[in-house]
Each structure stands twice: as C-alpha cells, then as structure tokens.
Design a protein around this ligand. Structure first.
Ligand SMILES: C[S@@+](CC[C@H](N)C(=O)[O-])C[C@H]1O[C@@H](n2cnc3c(N)ncnc32)[C@H](O)[C@@H]1O
Length: 593
C-alpha cells in the first residue's frame, strides 16, 4: 500500500504485484510497536526479515528505531521480486552500515522452503541456501492480490501449497511462509487488508493467526485513507507461539479501531480536540472523537474478542460495546434468516444485452415480447422505506426464464420470435459466456436468474453499498438488479413480518449493530450490506406488543413516504420507529453506546 504522494510503480504493474507501499509514518508506527514485542537472543544479532520489502521503508523504520535505542546488531534479509524496488531499498538502507544487510531478488514464496516434504509440489527446487531460518522479527506489508487477479489456477496452487481454504489471496500465502520463517517466540508486525477480521472469506487467516500467534494487538485503520489501495488496512502484531496450538491467547489482544464520522455538525466538530494526524491519535489518545485535517474520526480501544470458531468474525468491541451487543442478542427472538430469505438480485453477466432503457426504440422485429421485459430496480433507485407513488424504473430487463410446474426453466424461444431474433443478434456475445454453456444451461439464459415467483411477493430491496441503511418496500413485482439485495418472508410467516424487518433494518440501532458485529465499514463511512450480514440481523418476537407497534408505525411511515416523501411528519415517525426498536431490544437507541 503506497502513500499517495510517494512515487509508485505504474498502476497495472502495481495491481498485479500488490505493490502499495507503506507511508513512512505508518512504517515507524509498525516498527516501534514490533520492537517492543521483540525478545533478543543473548549474544546474537537481531535477525530481521521483510519478505516483500518494496523500496525498504519498513526495514528503514525498524533499523532507525534500533539505532535510536542505541542498538546496532542486526542481520537483515530483504526479499523482493521487483529488482528496481530492491535497488531502491539497497540505496535507502545503505546508511545503516553497522547492520549486516542481505538483499535477495526473487519470489519469497519460492525462496522460502516451506515444509520440506512438499518440495515435489514446486516447479523448481527452491534454493533457500541464502535465506536463514529462525528469524527473530518479521516486518511486512505483503502483496495484496485477490483471487480474481491471481487467476483460479494460481490461487488453487497456492491453496494447496500453503494449506489455505476459502478465497485465497497472495498475502495468506505470505503469512504462512513468513510464520514458518519465524522462530517460536519471534515477533511479527504485518500490514494487511482488514477484511480478514470480518469476512467469511477471512476465516482461514483468522484460524491460522489464532493457532500460531499470541496476538498482541490489532489496529484497524478503517477508512483513514493512509493508503491509496482500495482495501482498508489493519496492522497485526503477535509473537509466534512456542508450540503451534489451538490454545487461546495468554491475555486478550488489544485492539484499536479508527473510522471516519460523517454525522458531526460543524459546531460539534469545532468543539472536538484537534490532532494533526491519525497516527498521533493512535499513539496516545483516549477513545473518543477527534478533529483531524481530513475530517472527524472516532477512535475505539478495547480487547479483541476471538471466537473459538474461526467461522465467526473477530469482533473489535470495547467491553461496553460487547455488553450492548449481548443485550441486543439476548432480547432477540432469532435472526432475520430464520423468518426471511435474503438474496442478491439477478446477475446477467451480459448487462449490455439484457438490460436497456430503449427497448421501445428497437425495430419492431427485434423488440422482445413485452411479457419477457420486466422493470428492474437498481442501486440508483434506492431510498429509505418506500419508492414514491407512481415510480416506474426506467430500465427493463429481458428475463428469459419462467416457472413451469413449480420449476424454473429457460423459456422456449420458439414461443417468442422477436426475443429470439434479438438474442440471436447477440448470440456470439452470449455464447462467449462459456461458464453458462459448461453449466449445462441455454446460451441465452441469465447467469443468476433467482426465483421468478418470489418477485411478485412484497419484498424489501436494498443497495449493496450505502452510507446509511436504504431498505425499502416494493410491491410492484419488479425484478432486482445484482447491485442490490432483496428480502421476502419465508413460507408460513405472516407478511407483517416484512414491516418489522423493514423497521429494524432501517433503525439507528441496527446500523450500530451492523458496525459493531460485522466491522465492515468501507471508505467514506459507507457500509457493505450483503446477505452475510443482513441475514444475521436480530429481530424481536413478532407477537410482542412492541413488535406489533413497530409494524403499525412502519406501515404508516411507508404510506407517508410513498405519498409525501421524507417530510417532517415522516421524520418524526421515523424517530418513533427508532425508539420502538430500541425498546424492543431493551437498549439505548442512540449511536453512542
Ligand atoms: C504492498 S508492497 C509493500 C512493499 C514494502 N514492504 C512496503 O511496506 O512499502 C508489496 C511488495 O511485494 C512485492 N512482491 C510481490 N510478490 C512478491 C513475491 N512473490 N515475493 C517477494 N516480493 C513480492 C511487490 O513487488 C511489492 O513491492
């Protein structure tokens, strides 16, 4: 991850190699904390490894800290595939003449002879002759290259070599190899995407870290924009366990979380303590809100709650927040998934063919039959509670599926000659979607067609990414696009439940719950709303008087917003919904817990 102002390799190269360099102040922050964790061996130089050193900023920081502490004996190994970067590192570190410096051009994953019995898996026998074992310290900002960029074949090979599961990222493999390079008791400081903390895909990394490390601290740098990379960074410090085991940590790990705040008013912002940089508040500020040149940030400190089950995300909650979460869960009847299905919208994988606003402008012989064209609700349409009366999506999707005898299937195109002519005109584009053909599907099908019968039911629709909850009711039978999600109640559940879910999902309380339980904020205070999270929202007993009141109030609010928009009365009713939801879970409704 690279600081915006620093010179960086060109974008395409950077994307492929995951080269976003660490800004100098952050490098110091990581190095200082890492050295506090490090225990030296008697009479031996400190053996330090950066397995993907880039231009050497992390090594410069750690050597600088050692020098300031009057300690010089260090043996440093810097590995890097990019020879230009390695030369830059060499130049940068040349002032540390007392350190014993080794620069190695090459792929660390190949250089590191992880698990000797797996030699046969490598294309070439790795030469690790120059790379010693038993490092005291690993400092790293490994390349972050996701499965999509790595390609399926390379991901698969990495997964096999490094015993990884789920979505493999290059940094997972680096963690495994770097851990192997570290002596038991050795210390690691790693900068990575914060996604491993809070996503299902991160479970193999969570399990690996908990098994091999006494975790000392995690700092979730949230949307502080310290990097230009699209991912949000977190820093992890830990000491390799003496015996890799499932044993829990000796003491709970510390965590710090810093995220931007969007809701502070100007007067409020001016009353907050001012700091000049994020790293300054990370160093010594109490939990609270702070004014920085780039905006208002809120800082939380606490202990990391690590669930024994790696499938569970690691929650970064303060004791107060943890109590609040438990209270909400204790008063819940279950989670939304018990009473409703939460699904993503349709994914055509050829939107330019299936989704248009100008169907009516096509020549009549190419204009698909109206019964196959359906209004499509998209991200841009999203709002809170309800769409305005008379709203019509401007876009329609050509939906070539139907239900016959309770089963979904592709329509028989001979019954729809105009749709057939239109699709035939795009046949080569559609047949180019090889995965559709390989899945035994018709060439003109859309990739994720969902359940056509369920469109007709009353449903809640919401966009996948939004700064605030934008759940709204739709009873028009419209289809939902793949950049949104939708909720329908399960068979046998009263349709009133849809209003209860709508009230809960849009409430302040649930935004707070979402942040604390899933910790998945994106840049600019946006949240990711996906099945994985929304299906886990708690709900109160639907038959309780307060739930019944929520249902009645939300019905009233939906009617109001539909006919008059979000006027003052709607806002007052919304406040009432917030209070009722808080009452249903028996907690405070306000954001500050
Ligand atoms: C995120 S950058 C970090 C660089 C540096 N450690 C820093 O903190 O600024 C990751 C670096 O890993 C290098 N890299 C990518 N794949 C590598 C591999 N297989 N072995 C060694 N280095 C690699 C990239 O060229 C890039 O310089």
């Amino acid at each position: 991850m690279r600081l915006k102002s620093a010179a960086s390799p060109d974008l395409a190269r950077r994307k492929a190699s995951g080269a976003h360099y660490t800004p100098v102040p952050l490098a110091h922050f990581v190095a200082e904390r890492l050295l506090k964790l490090t225990k030296r061996r008697v009479d031996a130089p400190l053996r330090i490894l950066d397995p993907a050193c880039g231009d050497g900023v992390l090594l410069e920081a750690i050597l600088g800290c050692l020098r300031s502490a009057g300690k010089y004996r260090a043996e440093v190994y810097a590995v890097e595939t990019d020879e230009q970067a390695l030369e830059a590192a060499q130049a940068r570190l040349s002032r540390f003449e007392q350190a014993n410096l080794h620069f190695m051009a090459g792929d660390f994953l190949t250089l590191w002879r992880i698990r000797e019995q797996q030699y046969e898996l490598w294309e070439t026998i790795p030469s690790s002759a120059d790379l010693p074992e038993d490092f005291d310290v690993v400092i790293a900002n490994p390349p972050y290259v996701r499965t999509q960029v790595l390609g399926a074949e390379r991901s698969q090979a990495l997964a096999e070599r490094f015993g990884l599961s789920g979505r493999v990222d290059l940094y997972h493999a680096f963690l495994v190899a770097a851990t192997d390079a570290l002596r038991p008791g050795g210390a690691i400081g790693v900068i990575a995407s914060n996604r491993f903390l809070s996503t299902m895909g991160g479970s193999s990394v969570r399990e690996f870290l908990a098994r091999h490390y006494d975790i000392d601290e995690i700092v979730d740098l949230g949307d502080t924009k310290l990097f230009e990379a699209a991912v949000l960074p977190a820093v992890f410090w830990g000491r390799r366990k003496q015996n890799d085991s499932k044993r829990g940590p000796r003491r709970p790990a510390r965590f710090i979380r810093v995220y931007s705040e969007t809701q502070a008013s100007k007067e409020e912002a001016e009353s907050l303590p001012a700091y000049s940089s994020v790293l300054e508040i990370l160093d010594d500020a109490e939990p609270g809100r702070y004014r920085l040149p780039e905006g208002i940030f809120s800082l939380a400190r606490g202990e990391l709650a690590i669930d024994q089950n790696p499938k569970q995300v690691w929650s970064l909650a303060t004791p107060r927040e943890s109590d609040w979460l438990s209270q909400v869960r204790k008063n819940a009847k279950g989670c939304i998934n018990d009473i409703a299905a939460v699904r993503v919208g349709v994914k055509t994988t050829a939107d330019e063919v299936f989704i248009r606003s100008d169907w009516d402008d096509l020549p009549i012989e190419l204009r698909p039959e109206p019964s196959l064209l359906h209004p499509l609700l998209r991200h841009e349409d999203a709002c809170q509670w309800a769409l305005p009366q008379g709203f019509q999506p401007s876009i329609r999707v050509l939906y070539p599926h139907e239900i016959i005898n309770g089963r979904r299937r592709a329509v028989d195109l001979t019954r729809f000659p105009r749709a057939k002519a239109y699709l035939d005109a795009h046949r080569s584009r559609l047949e180019g979607r090889q995965y559709v053909i390989e899945a035994g599907r018709q060439w003109y099908e859309i990739w994720v067609p969902q359940d056509p019968l369920a469109w007709e039911e009353p449903k809640i629709v919401f966009p996948d990414i939004s700064p605030e909850p934008r759940f709204y009711l739709d009873s028009s039978g419209s289809i939902v696009d793949g950049d949104c999600y939708w909720i329908t109640v399960r068979p046998g559940i009263s349709h009133d439940a849809i209003y209860l879910i709508l009230g809960i999902a849009n409430s302040h309380l649930m935004s707070r719950y979402h942040d604390l339980a899933f910790n998945n904020r994106l840049y600019s205070a946006r949240r990711r709303y996906i099945t994985q999270y929304v299906a886990k929202y708690p709900y109160p007993d639907i038959s309780s008087p307060v739930s019944q009141e929520i249902i009645a109030t939300v019905k009233q609010l939906v009617r109001r917003v539909r006919s008059r928009g979000n006027d003052e009365e709607a806002r007052a009713t919304r406040k009432r919904v917030d209070d009722l939801v808080a009452c249903a879970f028996d907690v405070q409704s306000e954001k500050e817990v």
